[in-house]
Write a protein that binds this ligand. Structure first.
Ligand SMILES: Cc1cc2nc3c(=O)[nH]c(=O)nc-3n(C[C@H](O)[C@H](O)[C@H](O)COP(=O)(O)OP(=O)(O)OC[C@H]3O[C@@H](n4cnc5c(N)ncnc54)[C@H](O)[C@@H]3O)c2cc1C
Length: 266
């Protein structure tokens, strides 16, 4: 049994977003972090490893510096890492990204007891499309928004987060689960893990590695194979400080009406 976890290195958008002249995000100019939901997915896989002894394989598609993030995940306890990286894969939208990641997961191999974990959503693209698209392309049953995951035989019981409650679902392996950050608290890298992480296997899958898969075609991957393109990225304008009016009397209502009238809102 193994758990394969898709992890994305994302720009730290908590600060100022750098934008290139063409309106797209200047990823190279921004600090990077591991996507929060994906850390929850890694922790879920590591908890499955603690319970069953399964192998944990972390996979990321991105430029070569994403290796640093993968080494950190190996230091947390993952057994193997795969970096999916090639010029041909650059500029992929969610459709093309899921084509490539699905081909990479097929190459790693999905067997009867295996579970593929993704984060629910990446904080930069923010679409929550990649996990469900991978499941469709691999013909796997999927459960999204997982807030709790338990293994029972060859099935997982998943608590699925809804806006106003939970749904309990049982899903047979092999399956794909997308995880929300409320699922758990990711563990820290351990000191022995940091020592071991450079001796654990990290494989690079490039275009040649995957090109024989039916999902990999230059017309369905990369910028050319992406049906959608980013038109513009920008930080929303900073709003001015608000004004609070205290009181529930006629004078306060008159004051509010005066302010709105003065701004030509009413
Ligand atoms: C219309 C459009 C056009 C784009 N064009 C470009 C472009 O030209 N150049 C560019 O650099 N980017 C581009 N992007 C961004 C890039 O395509 C997305 O980052 C990528 O498709 C993942 O989508 P997402 O961030 O919405 O992920 P989500 O669907 O929100 O991610 C869900 C989960 O899928 C997994 N996942 C997603 N991406 C990866 C990954 N790379 N590796 C491993 N796991 C992953 C993670 O588990 C993640 O939590 C574009 C995005 C869109 C929506």
């Amino acid at each position: 049994m193994k758990a394969i976890v898709c992890v994305k290195q994302v720009p730290d958008t908590s600060g100022v977003v750098a934008v290139k002249e063409d309106g797209t995000m200047d990823r190279a100019a921004m600090a990077t972090i591991t996507n929060h939901d994906d850390l929850a997915a890694v922790e879920a896989a590591l908890e499955l490893k603690d319970a069953t002894g399964c192998e944990v394989v972390v996979v990321s598609m991105g430029p070569p510096p994403a290796e640093g993030m993968l080494r950190e995940l190996l230091a947390m306890g993952a057994d193997k890492a795969v970096l999916v990286s090639a010029r041909e894969f650059g500029g992929s939208d969610t459709y093309a990204t899921s084509q490539i990641l699905a081909a990479a997961i097929k190459k790693i191999g999905v067997e009867q007891d295996d579970v593929v974990f993704c984060g629910r959503q990446a904080i930069d693209g923010d679409t929550a499309q990649v996990g469900p698209q991978i499941a469709e392309k691999l013909h796997l049953p999927q459960v999204s928004y997982a807030a709790d995951v338990k293994m029972e035989g060859n099935a997982l019981t998943v608590k699925r987060l809804l806006e106003d409650g939970y749904m309990m679902l049982k899903v047979q392996t092999p399956c794909l689960i997308t995880c929300v950050k409320e699922l758990n608290t990711p563990r820290y890298m351990s000191v022995p893990g940091i020592f071991e992480c450079y001796s654990k296997p990290l494989e690079v899958f490039n275009y040649d590695t995957l090109k024989d898969d039916e999902l990999i075609d230059l017309d369905t991957i990369g910028l050319k194979g992406s049906p959608t393109n980013v038109y513009k990225s920008f930080s929303p304008p900073v709003k001015g400080a608000g004004m609070m009016l205290e009181g529930a009397d006629k004078a306060t209502v008159d004051q509010l009406v005066g302010i709105l009238d003065g701004k030509h809102i009413i």
